[in-house]
Design a protein around this ligand. Structure first.
Ligand code: ADP
Ligand code: MG
Length: 240
């Protein structure tokens, strides 16, 4: 589903990604972790073409992300992305937030888009809040809305970038529960997160990044059992 081959990226003179290669199969859940500044966000933004890269290639469902001929808005509409900050439109109601990209990008009617939005709100346990504004919801609820909004586009895979790290501790689990459900339903997912409990329960594989390199890419049992690199061992000893 996602194939990342020898990707190199620079911000000016600074090489942020060096020879990154990995792949994610259909239905697989991959957790990406590593120290702050190691390039995790940059890597997943490259998958969604939110950041360009200078060398290597990334193929998503057969589409080459780096190919100048690729229709990037179309690609982005099929790859769901959930960020640390939910970025809901504050002046729109929750259901309008869910409908807007469906009507603008996919050409669905307002009725169809809102009906789909309501269905997804039910799935994340927020149907009763459909007609409120984002500011009336807690951070955890807003993040669940952001996940529902991404799902409304019928994504072929989902990318998460530290979706719980801006949340108060008591709200983290409600978001991880929604992600766990998605994983169980077979969604292909690439998740940057430091929630190692989630990684242990849900991930198929763990990628560990350090200074722009993928230094571990292994099954979660290998990662938590016998991480090979000293950096990964240090990282785990600090956060577990
Ligand atoms: P992570 O998500 O692992 O914390 P990032 O991918 O955000 O890491 O950043 C990796 C490195 O690239 C950091 O050193 C960061 O300062 C740098 N960086 C990120 N975005 C930019 C940018 N737009 N311009 C220049 N440097 C950047
Ligand atoms: Mg980041």
């Amino acid at each position: 589903m996602i194939s990342i081959n020898n990707v190199n990226k620079w911000y000016g003179d600074f090489q942020v990604l060096t020879d990154c290669s990995t792949s994610v199969s259909k239905g697989e859940v991959v957790v990406v972790c590593g120290p702050s500044g190691s390039g995790k966000s940059t890597l997943i933004k490259c998958v969604n073409a939110l950041e360009p890269f200078q060398k290597g290639d990334i193929i998503v469902d057969g589409i080459s992300v780096g190919d100048p001929k690729t229709n990037l808005p179309k690609l982005r509409s099929r790859v769901g992305m959930v960020f640390q900050h939910f970025e809901l439109f504050p002046h729109l109601t929750i259901v309008e937030n869910l409908a807007i990209a469906q009507t603008k990008v996919l050409g669905r009617s307002k009725e169809e888009a809102e009906a789909k939005g309501i269905k997804l709100l039910e799935r994340v346990g927020l149907k009763a809040h459909a007609h409120k504004h984002p500011g009336q919801l807690s951070g955890g609820q807003q993040q669940r809305v952001a996940i529902a909004r991404a799902l409304a586009m019928d994504p072929i895979c989902m990318l998460f970038d530290e979706p719980t790290s801006a949340l108060d501790p008591e709200m983290i689990n409600e978001v991880l529960d929604v992600m766990t459900e998605l994983a169980k339903e077979g969604m292909t997912m690439m998740c940057v997160t430091h929630e190692m409990g989630f990684a242990r329960r849900v991930a198929d594989r763990v990628i560990f990044m350090d200074r722009g390199h993928i230094v571990e890419d292994c099954s979660k049992d290998d990662f938590f059992g016998t991480p090979r690199s000293e950096r990964a061992q240090q990282f785990l000893s600090k956060i577990l």
